[in-house]
Design a protein around this ligand. Structure first.
Ligand SMILES: [Fe+2]
Length: 384
């Protein structure tokens, strides 16, 4: 991440900082991994600690249907039901100790604030436009945006219409750009498929100086708890540092191509502890005269593999709808569907867009996932 500075900050950290009227501004260190990870310093109009009440926690633990999975599966995202409320709409489909993955079709903007107090969130916008409003500023979003929302970010989300589809991850470890694409100073290198110009940071808004009852729904340890605070959470007059939400559009990912088939790591976009996120984008196919553009059969021994299909046609699959998820468990061979390898020869270009998540520990399957499963997928590689 790059250093960002917005609004008013004092020339030296941890020193007296007052408004023109002589009122103190209140400093907050916002960061992760103790005092070791990246952080930002925020300056509030009011102390951000003024809890009025804390409600009863509501348990939102995903219900596990399959604890130990060895079966290739397909889940039909189109059959996930929309819900009015943003948090209710988030259906977790796959889960392990490192992350949760799911699909959400929220219809309404939030009138409360929300904070995930223990997980970074990745929200990929499959459909919908709106504004992510955070205490560090606003990010407009549209189709194809990855929104990276670090843990502890207080936010609201505004949707322009009721037609919204969000693919989301909740990660117990920080979600970052791949380390191999960054130099020792953190700058993205020349061979990275994207650079800092492609990452958009939030724009700080005028601080809101209001007192009253402000509801922040706090998610932690699979519980959502209503906190009522006495001051408006968006009362930040300025901040600086390296820790903030940002967005990256999948269409700004510059594909790495070659004469022969390139392995999945060329598509890598983000990483976290025990999983990676890759972007499959429109790209030229391999250009060796004898090349086979379809992937070879492979068994990804050390990770499960999930693909979420978001736009275009998928050369290696005989039948896939947008919003489908496929899950290929680690250790079980998979590959192109019958005829797909032959069909791919001589093809020059693909228009496919997909998000792939490879967790290094196996996924458990939730009841929500089983509701939308296509059970015929596991035998779909049989010849005609
Ligand atoms: Fe694969």
């Amino acid at each position: 991440m790059s250093y960002v500075h917005q609004g008013k900050i004092p020339p030296k950290r941890h020193t007296i900082f007052k408004s023109d009227e002589g009122n103190f501004y209140y400093e907050q260190l916002f960061g992760t991994e103790g005092f070791h990870g990246i952080s930002s310093l925020l300056y509030h109009l009011e102390r951000p600690t003024q809890i009025k009440s804390i409600g009863e926690p509501k348990d939102v633990s995903p219900k596990i249907a399959v604890e130990k999975n060895v079966t290739p599966r397909m889940f039909k995202g189109m059959n996930v039901s929309p819900e009015a409320d943003f948090l209710d709409s988030r259906k977790v489909l796959l889960v392990n100790n490192d992350l949760k993955m799911g699909l959400a079709k929220p219809q309404n903007s939030t009138d409360y604030f929300y904070k995930n107090a223990e997980c970074d969130e990745l929200v990929f916008v499959h459909e919908g436009t709106g504004i992510l409003k955070t205490f560090l500023g606003n990010l407009t979003f549209s189709k194809g945006d990855y929104l990276i929302i670090p843990r502890g970010t207080i936010y609201k989300i505004h949707f322009d219409t009721k037609e919204n589809v969000l693919f989301f991850l909740e990660s117990h470890s920080p979600i970052t750009t791949p380390k191999r694409y960054r130099n020792e100073f953190g700058q993205l290198l020349e061979h990275s498929p994207f650079c800092e110009r492609d990452l958009e940071t939030p724009v700080l808004q005028e601080p809101i100086n209001e007192k009253g009852d402000f509801l922040i729904k706090v998610k932690k340890e699979n519980q959502i708890t209503d906190f009522i605070y006495a001051t408006h959470p968006f009362d930040v007059v300025g901040w600086d540092g390296y820790f903030y939400p940002y967005k990256f559009n999948i269409k700004n990912f510059e594909p790495i191509t070659g004469r022969i088939h390139q392995p999945p790591p060329v598509h890598q976009t983000f990483e976290a502890y025990n999983f990676v996120v890759c972007s499959f984008v429109a790209r030229m196919y391999d250009y060796h005269p004898e090349s086979i553009p379809a992937p070879y059969n492979h068994s990804n021994i050390d990770s499960d593999e999930v693909l979420f299909y978001t736009e275009g046609d998928f050369m290696s699959r005989n039948h896939v709808d947008l919003m489908d998820f496929t899950l290929h468990p680690g250790g079980i061979v998979h590959g192109p569907h019958p005829g797909a390898m032959e069909r791919s020869i001589g093809k020059k270009f693909t228009e496919e867009f997909a998000v792939m998540v490879d967790p290094f520990r196996p996924f458990k399957i939730t009841e929500e996932a089983i509701k939308v499963e296509d059970p015929s997928y596991k035998t779909s590689w049989l010849g005609q």
